[in-house]
Design a protein around this ligand. Structure first.
Ligand SMILES: C[S@@+](CC[C@H](N)C(=O)[O-])C[C@H]1O[C@@H](n2cnc3c(N)ncnc32)[C@H](O)[C@@H]1O
Length: 275
């Protein structure tokens, strides 16, 4: 069954307004493949019936629809380099400039938690280099299902194999006896990260100021005006010496005047200093 033009127009508009995710017509197949199972799970025969139910004002269904359309691809130490840069370039800078001894980190589209937990492991492994510093890691996402999984800290063998070194697996996880293929994160590490719902299109007022923000592999789904708005508001959440990590395919070019490249490292940005 193919998605009708009117249903596509209605759905793509709804998804963009609610989440920022922009879907051009060549992504029709994505809407179909993600929303048909959702329609069926509500005993609806097709996407038109789903659209009619949403038009009828079913707010819960809109939430499920947005969650179905998010792409939650992630892995431990994804791309590796940002985590090395965090240790070798960013943390010495933060240590030199942080004035309250509390390093605040925000993973602004954390998916199932591998990114903030990778940072937590990095910090734990290097804690001897950070005497007197405490760390507060906040992790947010629009998708409550992934946040639930992230806060449980339970990962499959497949998820573990993607990027987690065996030494860190042995140190920070235990194999669950009754679920042979699953690994549970130890409580000390799990408690280092606080997960909560935040839609990047909405206010960041509850978040406060940060030394480091990771906002990786989410801006790629948005239109330039949305990227620009988000980058400007993330810049406002940085402490004066704070830095922002973007994904390797993401850039600030032509999107914000508030940020500039940190130490010529393409994926890290800091506030432009007043001239
Ligand atoms: C591809 S994952 C990236 C995860 C992680 N940052 C990484 O790089 O591995 C993108 C995440 O962005 C989230 N997302 C999409 N739109 C969002 C929005 N408007 N506000 C907050 N999170 C959003 C999705 O739910 C998804 O978990």
């Amino acid at each position: 069954m193919t998605l009708g033009t009117q249903d596509f127009a209605y759905l793509s508009d709804l998804i963009r307004k609610k989440s920022g995710i922009s879907l051009s017509e060549d992504k029709m197949y994505l809407i179909e493949s993600r929303l048909l199972p959702l329609a069926r799970s509500h005993s609806l025969h097709n996407i038109t019936e789903l659209v009619n139910k949403v038009r009828g004002g079913d707010a819960g269904l809109v939430v499920e629809l947005i969650e179905a359309m998010t792409t939650n691809e992630t892995s431990f130490f994804r791309d590796m380099k940002p985590f090395q840069l965090f240790d070798n370039d960013v943390m010495p800078h933060i240590k030199a400039h942080n004035i309250d001894n509390n390093v605040r980190i925000w993973c602004a589209a954390c998916s199932t938690g591998q990114e903030p937990y990778s940072l937590a492991m990095n910090i734990n492994e290097k804690k001897i280099a950070y005497p007197g510093l405490s760390f507060d890691i906040q992790a947010t996402d629009i998708d409550k299902k992934v946040l639930q999984k992230a806060s449980e800290g339970i990962y499959s063998q497949f998820e573990i194999q993607r990027g987690l070194p065996i030494t860190l697996l042995m140190k920070y996880f235990t194999q669950m006896q009754s679920y042979g293929e699953k690994w549970e994160m130890k409580e000390d590490l799990r408690k280092m990260v606080t997960f909560k719902y935040l839609n990047l299109l909405e206010s960041y007022a509850s978040m406060g100021k940060f030394d480091v923000i990771f906002c990786r592999n989410v801006l790629i789904y948005f239109e330039p005006e949305t990227k620009s708005d988000i980058l400007n508001r993330l810049a406002d959440c940085l402490k004066p010496h704070g830095v922002l990590f973007l994904g390797s395919a993401e850039t600030i070019n032509d999107l914000t005047d508030k940020l500039t490249t940190f130490k010529d490292i393409r994926s890290i940005h800091c506030l432009k200093q007043p001239k």
